[in-house]
Write a protein that binds this ligand. Structure first.
Ligand SMILES: Cc1cc2nc3c(=O)[nH]c(=O)nc-3n(C[C@H](O)[C@H](O)[C@H](O)COP(=O)(O)OP(=O)(O)OC[C@H]3O[C@@H](n4cnc5c(N)ncnc54)[C@H](O)[C@@H]3O)c2cc1C
Ligand SMILES: *[C@@H]1O[C@H](CO)[C@@H](O)[C@H](O)[C@H]1NC(C)=O
Ligand SMILES: *[C@@H]1O[C@H](CO)[C@@H](O)[C@H](O)[C@H]1NC(C)=O
Ligand SMILES: *[C@@H]1O[C@H](CO)[C@@H](O)[C@H](O)[C@H]1NC(C)=O
Ligand SMILES: *[C@@H]1O[C@H](CO)[C@@H](O)[C@H](O)[C@H]1NC(C)=O
Length: 468
């Protein structure tokens, strides 16, 4: 047979962009099957409330997420700019910081409270981001990496690897940020984005802080439209089913007598249990028993079990009126905040609460999105809201529970099996999945055509400078 068979497990942003990049690299000569047991989009999902759709999972995209930007343009989708809302930081009793609609006043207040810390953190994040952006240049020259660590090392050297080994708290303390600033400004941002504290690794911490910058956007109509669009553009076949196992098979190869490896994928769908074989397999879901539960058979050495825990995050969308007196307002009519971030406190039962717009159009009175680690009880709902009617709850195993020193799984699990979500242990975000998808498509291509000199090259930054 002439056609190469590629299987992709998972149709989130990782799997669908992988299908797109596989098509780009291998051209017409590859047949691509994408397995999905739930909805296309995965952790990019919307929920319906009051007849409108709202993002319930991954929602904001950074202006310098170039793959996501490219997809939206290529697929003819539109960008929805995120609306700036006044933010307040709540410590469980009162607001330690409140934005006002007067920009200059905010700057003065920030300076008064935190000195140069806000400006310095901006520069600190910029420096990380600038190095991180090197990935686009490497990938446009087809360079690939066999592990998340090698990828980070190629971008930011030993410094980036150190960030995986230490907490964001340690990273920022070393850079001499004040503990007060870390507690009041940094931790609340980490809680909104990853539901975790300053004990997450420094790299995901930096990604999280970049997510507090200006110019954030989302996709009009819902971020998941990127996934359906990429699937269509890749001309891949979607197979609705749940993959149960992957088995390594050997097949002798014509007269030369060489051995060819094949992967048999067994899945469960409405038409029962079926198997198909593939030359190349991309795994685009976390390999965690509670999430994907895929058994690997007949591998020698065995594919290790990746059992690191995932963090639970509950998104509660509420159509109702916030209870301003719960947040310490004597006069609720004075309350004009649209985003409340919270400090770490044992009594705090939410990570954040903020006003959200539907993926298309507007809605008033507003809908609030609450993030919490546990499902909210009726008592808690009655404290947060003075009145409410409709409520939708979506519970996620959202992202890794970060705990440095972070040991990432490898991208390469076997000759032609690639694990995209290994990148999530550096940081989980849509763009990270897209970067990993392109990397996996490049790895598969280089392995297939034996171009090993395109993998794990050192000093790419210097070399590509002179190659200009
Ligand atoms: C509440 C929340 C908020 C977030 N906020 C942001 C944000 O603002 N910005 C941002 O960039 N990122 C955000 N993220 C992270 C982002 O959503 C994820 O990093 C990204 O969507 C992961 O995409 P993925 O394709 O790698 O994985 P997934 O989207 O999880 O896709 C994996 C797919 O595989 C399928 N699957 C699993 N097992 C099997 C099987 N055995 N057989 C067949 N199919 C299977 C699943 O059904 C799923 O559809 C957020 C995540 C959550 C949960
Ligand atoms: C990170 O920690 C691991 C052990 O957990 C160690 O092997 C590695 O050398 C460390 N790397 C850096 C850059 O500090
Ligand atoms: C396959 O799915 C059906 C129903 O969806 C279920 O009853 C059955 O247990 C599944 N089988 C396996 C092997 O997972
Ligand atoms: C994973 O699948 C196996 C069968 O393939 C089953 O025995 C086991 O209970 C499943 N584990 C979870 C956590 O779903
Ligand atoms: C609002 O918050 C206050 C203060 O915590 C609380 O006493 C009250 O019961 C809450 N609910 C309503 C509807 O006001």
């Amino acid at each position: 047979r002439d056609t190469l068979l590629a299987g992709v497990i998972g149709a989130g942003i990782g799997g669908t962009s992988a299908a797109y990049f596989l098509r780009q690299k291998f051209g017409k000569g590859v047949q691509i099957d994408v397995f999905e047991r739930g909805e296309v989009g995965g952790r990019l999902a919307t929920v319906k409330l009051e007849g409108k759709e709202f993002e319930a999972g991954g929602s904001i995209i950074h202006p310098l997420n170039l793959h996501m930007k490219h997809f939206v343009k290529e697929l003819g989708l539109s960008v929805a700019e995120s609306q700036g809302r006044l933010m307040g930081i709540y410590n469980g009793e009162e607001f330690v910081f409140e934005e006002s609609s007067w920009y200059i006043w905010n700057l003065l207040k920030l300076f008064w409270h935190y000195g140069l810390n806000p400006l310095r953190i901006y520069m600190w994040v910029e420096e990380v981001l600038e190095k991180f952006m090197r990935i686009y240049r490497y990938q446009s020259h087809d360079y690939a990496f066999s592990s998340p660590e090698n990828l980070l090392h190629a971008l930011g050297g030993a410094n980036f690897l150190h960030m995986l080994n230490q907490t964001i708290d340690e990273s920022l303390q070393k850079a001499r940020f004040s503990q007060n600033f870390i507690n009041e400004m940094v931790i609340p941002v980490l809680r909104v984005n990853y539901g975790q504290s300053a004990s997450i690794n420094g790299f995901v911490g930096a990604v999280s802080l970049a997510g507090a910058s200006a110019g954030l956007w989302s996709v009009e109509g819902g971020n998941k439209l990127v996934c359906t669009g990429l699937l269509y553009a890749s001309k891949a076949q979607l197979i609705s089913g749940s993959v149960i196992s992957v088995e390594a098979k050997m097949k002798s190869k014509g007269h030369a007598g060489g051995q060819m490896k094949l992967y048999e994928v067994t899945y469960n769908s409405t038409s029962g249990v079926t198997s198909d074989v593939y030359d190349i397999l991309l795994i685009a879901t976390p390999l965690q028993r509670k999430i994907a539960n895929i058994t690997f058979r007949n591998f020698n050495p065995q594919i290790p079990e990746f059992s690191a825990p995932f963090h639970q995050m509950v998104a509660t969308l509420v159509h109702g009126r916030i209870n301003a007196s719960f947040f310490g307002y004597q006069d609720p009519s004075q309350f004009n905040l649209g985003d409340i971030f919270t400090m770490e406190d044992p009594h705090m039962f939410i990570d954040s609460i903020g006003m959200v717009s539907p993926v298309k159009g507007n809605l008033s009175p507003p809908v609030w999105k609450v993030f919490s680690n546990q499902l909210l009880t009726t008592e808690q709902m009655n404290l947060l809201f003075s009145s409410y009617d409709s409520v939708v709850v979506r519970k996620w195993l959202a992202y890794p529970h970060y705990s440095p020193p972070e040991k990432c799984p490898p991208f390469i699990l076997h000759d032609q099996i690639y694990y995209l979500n290994a990148i999530e242990w550096t940081a989980s975000a849509m763009e990270m999945s897209a970067i990993s998808a392109k990397n996996a498509a490049l790895l598969a291509h280089h392995h297939w055509y034996n171009k090993m000199n395109m993998i794990d090259q050192e000093d790419l930054h210097e070399r590509l400078k002179t190659e200009l």
